[in-house]
Design a protein around this ligand. Sequence first.
Ligand SMILES: [Fe+2]
Length: 493
Amino acid sequence: MNILGISAGFHDAAATVISPQGDILFAGHSERYSKKKNDADFCQGLVDEVLEYGPDVVAYYERPWLKQLRQWYSGQGIEWSKLTVNQILKQQLGGQIESKQVYSFNHHLSHAAAGFQTSPFDRATVVVIDAIGEWDTISIWGAKYDKKTGQANYTKLWRQRYPHSIGLFYSGATGRVGLRPLDEEYILMGMAAYGDRRHAMPMQDRLIAHEYEIQFRENLHIGLNADFMPNTSDMDIAAGAQELAEQLILNVMTRAKKFAWSDNLIYMGGVALNCAANARIGNYFDNIWIMPCPGDAGSSLGAAALALGHRINWRGTSLGHDIPGPYPVNGLLDRLLTEQIVGVASGRAEFGPRALGNRSLLADPRGSEIKEKVNEIKRRQQFRPFAPVILEELADMYFDMPRGFSHSRYMQTIARCRVPELFPAIVHVDGTSRVQTVPKDGSGIRELLEKWYVMTGCPMLLNTSLNIRGEPMVNDRADADRFEKLYGVTVCS
Ligand SMILES: [Fe+2]
């Protein structure tokens, strides 16, 4: 009785299949197959992949009628064709997957379950912050397992509702500086380091009615007007928005802590992808788990977890399309030593927005020229740094890991670099890096780092996602071949 969890119809459609024993058999994003970034709908490639696991039970990540009610309330009208789960599943799956057992769960509960049931904790406080699901925009939960049955139980402790939303505010600021809301928030976060965070004060005066209750003066669903803070530069808007968002997030953490449910924190929702803000939450909780796909795509896993009921066996993000064969350690090492840059497309694709070594462009992080070389391929904004991937036991020598994060295996936080002059390509203008630490887990990227360290004395590599400009991450070998042809960079499999 395999369970298929689905999140689709809004943005970044995804599917997760889990076994009755709680093993994740597959988890992947539609965009990787359709090549449309953040594809909201299922595509045939994803359906084909899911069909291989013959799911018997289907779980959907939100309550469609409740969402439609909110959309009606907010003046967006009702989509009569999306009122029931069965209608949506028919549209998304084209009748190719039929099940007599179909469930749907509350949007924020799906987020909470994706976090708690993949975490190592038996009891945890769960904080969910996103743009919006049905009505809730922020929720705090107490989660625990029943000692006898192993069933996960969730108690909702507090919530904030539409239109008061940290995620909608941050997306509004993203649109205000000319970036794409619900897609390019990570660029706004990068821009923030160049601006003056004191712009949070006038922004707060203008927008916030009550900062502890997270109440806004206006509905930011339609974004921030182009004339919002008209004489302020984009970098200062970004810095102000980042600071204000962080203050509001920390207010939520303060409230969550006061419930005294647990010292373990699960943090989920699209806002949990803001790794600059995440670096500050360790002051509130001792142990933190942010599932590496905390946004709506990860809720396909959450819905499946709720249908399952008990703990998921979490073994990392290598859950998507498989490019079979051993990790090409020696081929990668040769290219890195001779050409400094190499691509890798090997094993199962990462579930979540970060390339963590299976669909990565890797480079020697030392020296001042490498950033430009990689940027010739990536063609992204010059102000954005690349990320380092480092042997976990040596991370403390190079980075000051923030409180609450003894490691950062899925790039969930930033850390101050201790030797930025040696690695300018992986350090942001504010002196921080979005670190990926790799434990002794027997993975291919671990073996590569170990050998690279022995040969060069450098324990880290530059790691950025392997993608053709404007496209999602490379998924299969055919994508990798196209990448090689376009950019003249070898991609090892
Ligand atoms: Fe969400």
